[in-house]
Design a protein around this ligand. Sequence first.
Ligand SMILES: [Zn+2]
Ligand SMILES: [Zn+2]
Length: 254
Amino acid sequence: MLIRILGCSGGIGEDLNTTSLLVDDDILIDAGTGVGNLTLAEMARIRHIFVTHSHLDHIAGIPLMVDSIFGQIHEPIVIHASAETISALRQHIFNWVIWPDFTQLPTPQRGVVRYELMAPYETQTLGARQIRMIPVNHVVPGVGYVIESAGRVAAFTGDTTTNNSFWDALNEYPSLEVLIAECAFANQEHDLCRKAHHYCPDLLAADLGKLRHRPRTFLTHLKPGAEAQIEHECRELLQDFDLRRLFGGDLIQL
Ligand SMILES: [Zn+2]
Ligand SMILES: [Zn+2]
């Protein structure tokens, strides 16, 4: 499997885009502003979007992408998400006010978008890939995903703060090879992290202490401008981890 990082910043700016991971050439995990890095032909190959939660930085690319390739969508793009996230997309984005309801276009019988409800801990099998939803602890209902292909395993936390569910689930995967973990803020923003339900380095390090494996670990969702500070604090606390900061355009091959 190949994971291409389309966006991995906590915000936008020159060369900074929000969360979106392309798995092989047909699956998106989240669809933030990073989706804009895809060509039209690449967008047209997307068949599935797995969404971690309803926040704008993780979904902003969906309405614009679907509109951009509207005439090229012959099979509906499937949006996989929790009940709460689907409800938020229906109610607040694809509501004919912010954007059209593409489940009804070009006709209600053959919309270009379809929602597929996923329950916590459920697995979707797509060809050789298996994608499993794991609940986490964010300010809105949020999930992470475990992605398996041909025995290789990668995991993405989504947006979260301190939890046991994600780490307990990962402990079931001794072959876990790659972990993409959010660390939105530096330690000086500890109180904000608690309120916004994100990790800062000390909270992330405490949770990584629950993990029995030592996968290659990539830091994502860093606050624009605070990246160096967050990375430095993580390196101090996580010296037994193979730690890297994720950059837009990175390719992770497993
Ligand atoms: Zn969020
Ligand atoms: Zn976010």
